[in-house]
Structures are given as structure tokens and as C-alpha cells.
Design a protein around this ligand. Structure first.
Ligand code: SF4
Ligand code: ZN
Length: 735
């Protein structure tokens, strides 16, 4: 490392550590050592400190030992005639910087609780989001798992103009990267420039305005370390593993825009510890020999129009960009855009008009590949603010095509349309909802481009299963109504097929090992009556996925001999799990939380836990952030069991699974459920009641306690007794 950079980084680290010490001392004087501190709604305390040092900082007093550690690893200032190599001391300085910044930011949360919006979006005039909570981490982290987001760019400072900022941001978005923004240059900040250029910022568009100061850079690295905690199953204090995991799996880099101060250098040194290189627009000294990072550490003086390309090259990112011939930008980062009020040019569906989407198979000779027809008015035929009915009918044909694949293709329509910049899509089937923004129309976007993009992307991703595809877009009322009728008939047939299936009716289950890239020992095996715990994959999806991509993460699993029908254990499944987990786990039960449950990874929609005092089981969904009768919040539960292990007493599962007939069958089934958050009761209420009826206890849902009754076993037990909850008279839950 260059001596200039090392000296600057060490100087910057000294300043930041001193600042943290002062702020901490003042806070101690004011609040005392027992004052709770931390980032909101997370199981990982101050995540970098927790991950690297293993120290859970939960109170002001806990920070003292961390500050001592900072002092201990902080190298002396580099003297003119310093004889030592510079890399190691600079890296230590970088680490001390990050610890100190976490303390600074935690004290800010204490002193100014509303400084950050603490959610996914900007709120009113407040554009600073602050640390991502565990809900955001999970929701966004899954995109790192499934590859929709390869990593992130940490942008410090500001571009020379708002236009250049917007261009850099869009280029990063088109590469599907998240953009984490912090620090100020010349009185300007990158996030403010984006707003000035009319760009939507917030987690949904992947443009994350963490905070105004350089210390907010620590939220980007904290996000990275929580990814290795929650998806990598790496524990507190396993610093080597955390850093290696990030270097190998999180494609991140820093883009300092503007004059690089000592404090910026100190943060850059922190980032280099994670293997994240630095690409600067200013002529700072370069650090080219490779070592910690995959390629160069610091590359400087890069013109703005080449920065993103250079960063991608230096970090070794392989981005496959789809050629989608439409007049607006296209990519996953545009999925979260919202189009509202004045910005709407055309609206279809959403209860205002009829809208439907339907993929259906045809004979080969009935289809002209790539043909797109708009039957009825186009965007150019209506004025801004108009509404039209819409039916999107995708017709496919191919020797490999099967009816079972139709819903798989149909499900892509939602996100593919959303990928187009300036176009918003919600829902599916006959409850779809589309908005096309004025900006998109001004750039030349037409309804026909929906056909164009579906043709391009579906061919690219699913070309194996069909040969030809054409798209018809109907915008006349009677035609749309006719298509809705036809589509509904097709949906009915599909639904009956999967609803009617039981685990006994098939010999073949399917694995999903998609999460292994983050939770190494985790193996989902998905049967018709036990959908994937993330809620994203049911048996039919996995079957289709395995046929579409036979070497992919979904493999057929011959279930083999029954070992225990009640608990849901099969010989063939055990053999598969042993192999797929590389010996980490050799058996599990599909239908039990008490006895050797399935492995749980961090994506689970819900976590069930036994409540011994109530002789029952509770389950909590991810969105519910408060205390539960298990004594733990969702985030703590997920942090404890979510690393891909099997933990008796706890299991992750999907929301839909709760009302499937085999749910916890081995433990007494649905009748064991004694507590759920109110929001979950409401969400699955209709299906729950139907299932309770089948079980002969039609008012079961009313007997299930929620947070309005209590959040401890002691609080809910009298309620269960009063209601006569069936769990109370069942066999003892732990024998
Ligand atoms: Fe991960 Fe299991 Fe969902 Fe697959 S089914 S994505 S392995 S949680
Ligand atoms: Zn997962």
C-alpha cells in the first residue's frame, strides 16, 4: 500500500476514534453506562463489532471495551522515515475506524431518535434511511442469494453535477447493483443530487441514502457483515470467516466521488479489509498489487463515464445483461419504482378497469415467434391520465412445453414488466394492475413493448421449454372480458391440480438448495404438502424448475421407504439430505417442530416455536417485529436458528404451509397452534377457518391468542383456558 494512503488512513482513523471517544464520554455522563444503545430492530447489535470482535454492544457501557480495542489496534501515525510495510497497520486503522463509527452512529440513534427514517423509504423531507433493519436485510439479502443483485457500490461524496450522478446511478442499477450512499463533498451529497435529477431513491429502487455523514458508510459494511451472519451462518467473533465470506461472495466496491479526506481514506481501508476495492474519480495514489481484493485495491483518476465499467472489471463481476429492445432502461433495480398521481400516463386494472394476464400453450403452427399485436387502442391513441382495460395473452409452443409450465412462465410477467424503467406492475392473473409513467411514454414506451420484453426475456430464461412465443395485448372492453373468462377457466384447472395433491400421491419430492450459497448446510425438500419455508417455491414450481434446468438447485428426490409417516421421514429423503448437506445433517422430519425438524435458513416467512407451559406451539411471521411468547422476537429467532441447522423446538416454514393438512402433523397439527400475531391471523384467516372446520373445531382461530392477549406464556395461558383451546388437553408436547 502506498505510504501516502496509509498515512492518511491512519490519520483519519485517529480522528474518528477520538471523535467516538468524546461522543461516548459525553453520552456516558448524560445517560450512564446502563443506557441501551444499538441499531433499530436487529439481532446483530452493532454488527461489525459483533461480527469481528464478538462483543455484543447493547448498552453504552459495553462500548468502553470496544474503544479500548480501537486504541490498541490503532497504529501510530506514520513518520517520514517509517521503515515498516504499510498495509497491515492501515488495515487495522480501517477496522478501528469502523468500530468507532458504529459507536458514533449508535449514539446518534440514542440522542436523535428520528434522525433516520428507519424504514425502506424516505419520509417527507427526511431522506436519510439509516441502518437497514433485519426485515430489510432479509428481504434484500434474498436477492443476493438468488442472484438478482450481485452486490453493492458504496458511493461517498458527490458527482460534479446532478446529471452525472443520475447517469452513474442508472448505470449501477442496470447492472442490478445496490447503491449505498454516504458522506458529502463540496456541500453536496450523491443522494441529494439524485433527488435533484428527479430519480426515486430508497431501498425499492436500490438507491439507498444511508446518511449525510462519512460515518454512515459503516451501514454499508454493516449490511455486508450481517449478510455473512444471517446467510453464511457465521458466528460472532469469527472475523476471518466474515471477511473471507464477504470477499468471495459479496461483490462490492467503493466509489469515492470528490476530494478524498483522511476520514474517507480510513473508511476505504476498512472496506479493503472486506476485500472491497476502491475506484476513485480523483488522482489519489493507486494501490495495484493484488492481495486482499480479487484484483486491485485502489484505482484512481477514472473519468465518470468509465467508473462503473472499471469497478465491475476490478471487482471481477460477471454481469450478464439481457438485450431487451425497448426504449427505456431495463433491470431488476427498477422493479421497486412507484408511479403515482400526476406521473401516470396510462393505468390498467387495479380495480379501475379489467386486467388479466394469461400464458397458454398452442400448437407450433399456430404461432409466429416474436409477433406482438395490440388489439385495440395503443398508448399513442389515448391522452395522458387515461385508463384502458387490458388482457396480456402470451401464447407459447414447443416440443418440451407442458401445461405445468404455464404458471411458471406467467409468474415472470410481474417482475419482467416491472423491470422496465417508468412502468409499474402489481398483482397477477385477473387482479393485475399496470401503470405506465409519463417519462416512459416520452421516451417512446408503448404497450407493444410489453410483448417485446416478455418475448426477449422469456426466451432467454426459459428457451429450453418452448420454441415459439407470441403476445397479444387486448385493450377493448369486450375482448378483455372474453379473455378474463378463458383465463379464469384455466386458473381453475391449475388450482384444482395442486390443491388435490397430497404427499402420499407422489413418490417424487424436489430439493431446493438455492440458499446453500449463503447457508451452507441448508437443504429444503419440498413436497406437495410442505411448501418451501421462504414461501417462494411449491412442489409444482420445483418440479417445473428441475425439468427446465436439470442441473440447477431443484433436483428430484425419490422419497423411498417410509421411516415415519406421522413425523414425515423417508429413507430416500434422508440419503439425499446427507449428500446435499455434505454430511452436516443425515435426517429430518417434515411434519414436526419437536423432533428433528427440517433445517431452517434465514429466508423463512415464519418461525414456529414450542410453548411448553401452554402445551402448544406459536408461530410468528417476519413482518411482526415485537416480542413473542417464546421470549424472542422474530429477528432473534431467525438469528438463532436460521443458519441452516435443525434445531428441535424451532422450525422455519412458509405462511401457506400453516393451512396445509400436514402442518406439524407429528406434533398434533394445526390444533396445537396457540399464538400467532394478529396480522398473520388476518392474512391467512379464510384458509385457516376452512381448515379448522375440517378438523371439527370451526372457531379455532378465535381460540388462538395474539399480542392483544399477551406476549408471554403466562399472559396467554388464562385466555387459552377460558376458550377451552384443544392444545391444553392434548398429549404433553415434550414427553
Ligand atoms: Fe431457500 Fe428453501 Fe426457499 Fe429454496 S425453497 S429458496 S432453499 S428457503
Ligand atoms: Zn434461504
Amino acid at each position: 500500500m502506498s505510504k501516502i494512503i496509509a498515512s492518511a488512513a491512519i490519520r483519519g482513523a485517529h480522528k474518528i476514534v477520538n471523535d467516538a471517544r468524546q461522543k461516548w464520554q459525553q453520552a456516558m455522563d448524560k445517560y450512564g453506562a446502563n443506557e441501551p444503545i444499538g441499531f433499530p430492530n436487529t439481532a446483530y447489535y452493532l454488527p461489525i463489532i459483533y461480527g469481528i470482535l464478538g462483543t455484543p454492544v447493547a448498552k453504552l457501557g459495553d462500548a468502553e471495551q470496544v474503544l479500548k480495542k480501537c486504541q490498541a489496534i490503532l497504529p501510530p501515525m506514520v513518520k517520514e522515515i517509517h521503515p515498516l510495510p504499510y498495509l497491515a497497520p492501515a488495515l487495522d486503522a480501517g477496522m478501528a475506524t469502523l468500530f468507532a463509527e458504529e459507536i458514533i452512529e449508535a449514539i446518534r440513534y440514542l440522542e436523535q431518535p428520528n434522525f433516520y427514517t428507519k424504514q425502506e423509504n424516505t419520509v417527507g423531507g427526511n431522506i436519510w434511511l439509516g441502518a437497514a433493519d433485519d426485515i430489510i436485510l432479509r428481504k434484500r439479502g434474498i436477492e443476493f442469494v438468488d442472484g438478482t443483485a450481485p452486490g453493492f457500490a458504496a458511493v461517498l461524496g458527490a458527482a460534479p453535477s446532478a446529471e452525472i450522478a443520475a447517469r452513474i446511478a442508472q448505470e449501477l442499477q442496470q447492472k442490478n447493483l445496490y447503491v449505498f450512499m454516504s458522506a458529502e463533498y463540496n456541500g453536496k451529497r450523491f443522494s441529494e443530487q439524485l433527488l435533484e435529477a428527479g430519480v426515486q431513491i430508497g431501498w425499492p429502487t436500490r438507491l439507498v441514502s444511508f446518511g449525510p455523514d462519512v460515518s454512515a458508510t459503516v451501514f454499508a459494511l454493516g449490511f455486508a457483515i450481517r449478510a455473512s451472519f444471517s446467510f453464511g451462518g457465521i458466528g460472532p467473533g469469527e472475523y476471518r470467516k466474515h471477511l473471507i465470506y464477504n470477499k468471495d461472495r459479496i461483490f462490492a466496491f467503493a466509489l469515492p466521488l470528490g476530494y478524498v479526506t483522511d476520514e474517507w481514506y480510513a473508511n476505504a481501508a476498512g472496506a479493503i479489509n472486506f476485500g472491497f476495492p476502491v475506484i476513485a474519480d480523483t488522482p489519489i495514489p493507486e494501490v495495484l498489487p493484488t492481495g486482499i481484493c480479487t484484483y486491485e485495491h485502489v484505482v484512481s483518476n477514472i473519468p465518470h463515464d468509465q467508473m462503473v465499467a472499471k469497478a465491475v472489471e476490478v471487482r471481477g463481476l460477471k454481469v450478464s445483461l439481457a438485450e431487451v429492445p425497448i426504449p427505456v432502461a431495463f433491470g431488476a433495480a427498477f422493479e421497486g419504482e412507484r408511479i403515482r398521481g400526476e406521473d401516470i400516463y396510462l393505468e390498467c386494472g387495479g380495480g379501475r378497469t379489467q386486467m388479466v394476464e394469461w400464458v397458454t400453450s398452442k400448437r407450433m403452427d399456430e404461432i409466429e415467434d416474436g409477433k406482438v399485436e395490440v388489439i385495440g387502442p395503443e398508448i399513442t391513441d389515448v391522452t395522458a391520465g387515461s385508463r384502458l382495460p387490458l388482457a396480456i395473452v402470451v401464447e407459447v409452443a414447443g416440443r418440451e412445453m407442458q401445461d405445468d409450465y404455464e404458471p411458471i412462465l406467467e409468474r415472470q410477467i410481474h417482475h419482467l414488466i416491472n423491470y422496465a424503467q417508468g412502468v409499474m406492475h402489481i398483482g397477477q392473473r385477473d387482479i393485475a394492475w399496470l401503470r405506465v409513467g409519463k417519462q416512459a411514454v416520452a421516451k417512446g414506451f408503448r404497450l407493444s413493448h410489453i410483448g417485446t420484453l416478455l418475448h426477449a426475456k422469456l426466451h432467454q430464461d426459459f428457451g429450453r421449454i418452448f420454441d415459439k412465443m407470441q403476445v397479444k395485448l387486448y385493450t377493448e372492453g369486450d375482448k378483455v372480458a372474453e379473455m378474463v373468462e378463458k383465463a379464469r377457466a384455466a386458473y381453475g384447472v391449475r388450482d384444482a391440480r395442486i390443491e388435490g395433491m397430497t404427499d402420499e400421491t407422489t413418490d417424487m419430492y424436489y430439493s431446493c438448495t438455492l440458499c446453500q450459497s449463503f447457508a451452507p448446510g441448508h437443504v429444503c425438500v419440498i413436497s406437495p404438502e410442505r411448501t418451501g419455508l421462504c414461501g417462494s417455491y411449491n412442489w409444482m414450481d420445483c418440479k417445473a424448475a428441475s425439468e427446465i434446468n436439470p442441473t440447477g438447485p431443484n433436483q428430484p428426490v425419490a422419497k423411498g421407504e417410509v421411516i415415519d409417516a406421522h413425523l414425515g421421514q423417508w429413507k430416500g429423503v434422508n440419503e439425499f439430505v446427507t449428500k446435499a448437506s455434505r454430511g452436516k445433517i443425515d435426517h429430518y422430519n417434515f411434519y414436526s417442530v419437536v423432533n428433528d425438524p427440517m433445517t431452517t435458513c434465514g429466508c423463512c416467512e415464519c418461525i414456529a416455536a414450542i410453548l411448553p407451559l401452554c402445551n402448544g406451539i406459536m408461530t410468528v411471521n417476519r413482518e411482526y417485529t415485537e416480542q413473542t411468547p417464546s421470549g424472542m422476537k422474530f429477528t432473534t429467532l431467525a438469528g438463532t436458528i436460521g443458519g441452516g441447522i435443525s434445531t428441535p423446538g424451532f422450525v422455519g416454514h412458509g405462511k401457506y404451509n400453516i393451512t396445509q393438512r400436514k402442518f406439524l402433523l407429528g406434533d398434533g397439527g394445526l390444533l396445537r397452534i396457540v399464538w400467532m400475531p394478529k396480522m398473520l391471523k388476518e392474512e391467512i384467516g379464510d384458509r385457516f377457518k376452512a381448515r379448522a372446520e375440517e378438523l371439527g373445531v370451526p372457531n379455532l382461530l378465535d381460540m388462538v391468542a395474539d399480542e392483544t392477549v399477551g406476549v408471554s406464556e403466562e399472559e396467554i395461558l388464562p385466555f387459552l383456558q377460558e376458550k377451552g383451546h384443544p392444545a391444553l388437553t392434548m398429549d404433553a408436547i415434550i414427553g
